[in-house]
Write a protein that binds this ligand. Structure first.
Ligand code: HEM
Length: 480
């Protein structure tokens, strides 16, 4: 054979093959340990089952024991790397958005809209986040303490007074829905709010369903509810724009609710900051992100207080002192909330032990190296940030409910208490959640005593914690 021909063949076939072999070997060598499991399903069923049986912490720990803090697995057909520990939390929360992007299930994008904050990255994310924070910051929220208390009162009068037993979890969900409807959409009690709340309940039911849009699927019902909710929110937008025009966008009218606030935001050249679609999508996501989390927090505080007489006695004393300092019927103020220091520590300790958000996902946009392993583009990162909250290195005797841990200025090293996340995606609603929680607890502790009904108090994750029996409690009005 012609030597030139052999040489060309060598260049065209053997060299590329050799290169592929070497580079694949090099990459494989550096991929994290772990197996892919069954095709498509991989380890999805065992993880989802662990969530449903409230053993997800054990599931993660088992993997960490077997493979270390970095391991690969297959979650719903996507190659996934589990990163674990405080260093992983820090890495993910401080990672640039060109390497890791937010990743939500398809169902969330379809139900909440493509312009919702969790779908955005880079400058778009920054712009929308700043817009939301301009309403969710303490300086603005402090004027709503009284409005939230009015909502709590109305709710308690309707659903708690005159009852001997209630289910705390569904009631707290209904309460946080009411508070958010008032402050996000500016909707007071009435048929319109009831209709919107119903649509939201259907939307939420489909958030983690398989995104199969066929008649009679759960996802189809949620999509239809989302379309109806959007029509209502769009109409609200039109009305509020009209009101703002008439009132010449005074600061007071602009801050009436989230929608009015977002409508009145302008760029330096006076052009609008957010499009109508962005306002609608983000009002919807805030409503969904905000109501489930805070209601879970308050419900678990109710449970912990019922189980711990000494914590209960201390918290009651704090609220009695505040109540004594007020005239009958006088609404709570921002200054009163500042006095509820112990109550917020109880809330933080509750969030440490039962964080509403167990794990999150990010999409890998470019190959990166972590702890000596290559994590390829196209994979997803999963991490259960809050596992550090039960690590005795950071929180000694972690299973013990001890609110005094949060007395210190910095109770734990950075990235170990992460119930509200961290970095550029840290929860912008934490102040809102704090106000809601404190106001609700003040009312409950001042008006009722309660004990757990002797039934099943276990819970599972769906993916948020859900009590099997809704947390039934027996309540008694307090003698004043
Ligand atoms: C106890 C209550 C709450 C907890 C534990 C909580 C927890 C979290 C966590 C962990 C994240 C970050 C998720 C990630 O990194 O992937 C987050 C994001 C978010 N939360 Fe909250 N949240 C709470 C209440 C609220 C409230 C009341 C609101 C609205 C009023 C809200 C709105 C949001 C929004 C819009 C995001 C997305 C932020 C972004 O992508 O930049 N949350 N929350």
């Amino acid at each position: 054979m012609n030597p030139g021909y052999i040489f060309t063949l060598f260049l065209l076939i053997v060299l590329p093959l050799l290169y592929l072999l070497i580079s694949t070997k090099k990459t494989c060598k550096k991929l994290p340990p772990g197996s892919w499991g069954l095709p498509f399903f991989g380890q999805s069923l065992s993880f989802l089952n662990a969530m449903r049986t409230n053993t997800a912490e054990n599931w993660v720990q088992e993997r960490v024991r077997k493979y270390g803090p970095v391991s690969k697995f297959n979650f719903l057909g996507t190659p996934t790397v589990l990163l674990h520990g405080q260093a992983a939390n820090k890495f993910i929360y401080t990672c640039d958005c060109n390497t890791l992007a937010n990743q939500q299930p398809t169902s969330i994008r379809r139900l909440m809209g493509e312009r919702n904050i969790t779908e955005l990255s880079g400058n778009d994310h920054k712009r929308v986040r700043e817009a939301l924070v301009s309403f969710l910051k303490p300086e603005v929220l402090k004027q709503y303490v009284g409005r939230m208390e009015e909502e709590v009162k109305k709710h308690m009068e309707m659903h708690w007074h005159g009852k001997e037993e209630v289910q705390a979890m569904p009631l707290m969900k209904s309460l946080t829905f009411s508070i958010m409807s008032s402050l996000i959409f500016g909707l007071e009690q009435g048929a319109r709010r009831d209709a919107l709340v119903e649509h939201f309940q259907h939307i939420i039911n489909g958030v983690l369903s398989m995104p199969v849009n066929l008649p009679f699927t759960r996802f189809n019902r949620s999509l239809r509810a989302s379309a109806k909710a959007r029509v209502m929110v769009r109409e609200l937008l039109r009305e509020k724009r009209e009101t703002l025009k008439q009132q010449h966008t005074s600061a007071a009218s602009a801050n009436q609710d989230l929608i009015s606030c977002l409508l009145s935001l302008r760029n330096e050249d006076d052009s609008i900051l957010l499009s109508d679609e962005e306002i609608i999508d983000n009002a919807i996501i805030v409503m969904v992100a905000g109501h489930d989390t805070s209601s879970i927090l308050i419900t678990f505080i109710i449970k912990f207080l019922a189980n711990d007489p000494s914590v209960y006695a201390t918290i009651v004393q704090e609220h009695e002192e505040i109540a004594k300092s007020k005239a009958s019927g006088e609404l709570l103020t921002w200054e009163d909330l500042a006095k509820m220091k112990y109550t917020w520590r109880v809330a933080m300790e509750t969030l440490r032990i039962i964080p509403p958000v167990f794990c999150s996902f990010r999409k890998v946009l470019t190959d990166f190296e972590y702890e000596g392993y290559i994590i390829p583009k196209g994979w997803q990162v999963m991490w259960a940030a809050c596992m550090t909250q039960m690590d005795e290195i950071f929180f000694p005797d972690p299973s013990k409910f001890d609110a005094t841990r949060f007395e210190k200025q910095s109770p734990s090293p950075p990235f170990s208490f992460v119930a509200f996340g961290g970095g550029s995606r840290m929860c912008p609603g934490n102040e809102f959640a704090r106000i809601e929680t404190l106001v609700t607890l003040h009312y409950l502790l001042s008006k009722f005593t309660w004990k757990l009904s002797c039934r099943d108090n276990s819970f599972f994750r769906d993916p948020m914690p859900v009590f099997n029996d809704g947390l039934s409690i027996q309540i008694k009005p307090k003698k004043l």
